[in-house]
Design a protein around this ligand. Structure first.
Ligand code: PEP
Length: 249
């Protein structure tokens, strides 16, 4: 059985007081819940949120693949290790689109994260146009394989977030059937291209306007192992209900 994950991606939202309040409340509700709760605050609050962690893990929203050097504004994997941060979001569509991160760049980041024994949450997903033209399967396969090819991955180290771009921040959620279809396909690609063990142990999260209403049905699908949650992770009651839905699936 794969332990479900619900990760809250705050994106560029929040404040020091929001981070303090959220950390405290998540510590309370996540204790004893049969789900791994992960908080991904803006990097400036990562240390604060990590230090307050009692019953959740943390994820950086970004990392650079170089060990150190002249990369103004960036952070390295060893800096994240210093904090005790366990996960890193890699390949989020906002970074691919707004910050021109191509597949080579994403692959280098995944390699750096894995090399530091941190866990990448690799985000993959198609645009609406790609879905309508029947390319969704090919797109996610290409994004997945380009990100992990040549890597020595421990089974379970990689976390994948299937995030159809048309569903991110739009209020439009993939149906549980649409999401399950792609999740099962991704697991099949892992089985075929890596190993059966890798396919079995990799947690595949769904992301794209998950809310307290849609979470239960999504998480009850056999290949959906939790969620990557943006907007709804900023509201404590919604986030709590989404985490409970994952625990009770
Ligand atoms: C995300 O940013 O990863 C995301 C899924 O956002 P939202 O839940 O707001 O669609």
């Amino acid at each position: 059985m794969r332990n479900p994950i619900v990760a809250g991606n705050w994106k560029m939202n929040g404040s020091a007081s929001f981070a303090a309040k959220m950390s405290q409340q998540v510590n309370v509700f996540a204790a004893g819940l049969n789900v791994e709760v992960v908080l991904s605050p803006p990097s400036v609050y990562l240390s604060q949120v990590q230090q307050a962690a009692e019953s959740y893990s943390t994820a950086a929203q970004n990392v650079h693949f170089a060990a150190s050097g002249a990369f103004t504004g960036e952070m390295s994997v060893s800096m994240l290790q210093d904090l005790g941060c366990e996960y890193v979001l890699v390949g989020h569509s906002e970074r691919r689109e707004m910050f021109a991160e191509n597949e080579q760049f994403v692959a280098k980041k995944v390699a750096a994260v894995v090399g530091a024994s941190l866990q990448p949450i690799l985000c993959i997903g198609e645009t609406l146009e790609q879905r309508h033209s029947g390319q969704a399967f090919d797109v996610v396969k290409q994004q997945l394989l380009s990100a992990i090819s040549g890597l020595e991955l421990t089974a379970g180290q990689l976390v994948i977030a299937y995030e159809p771009i048309w569903a991110i921040g739009t209020g439009e959620t993939a149906t549980p059937e649409q999401a399950q279809e792609i999740h099962s396909y991704i697991r099949g690609v892992l089985a075929e291209q890596v190993s059966a063990e890798m396919a079995d142990k990799t947690r595949i999260l769904y992301g794209g306007s998950v809310n307290a209403e849609t979470a239960s049905q999504l998480f009850s699908q056999p290949d959906i192992d939790g969620g990557l949650v943006g907007g709804a992770s900023l509201k404590i009651e919604d986030f709590k209900n989404i985490c409970s839905a994952a625990a009770n699936r």
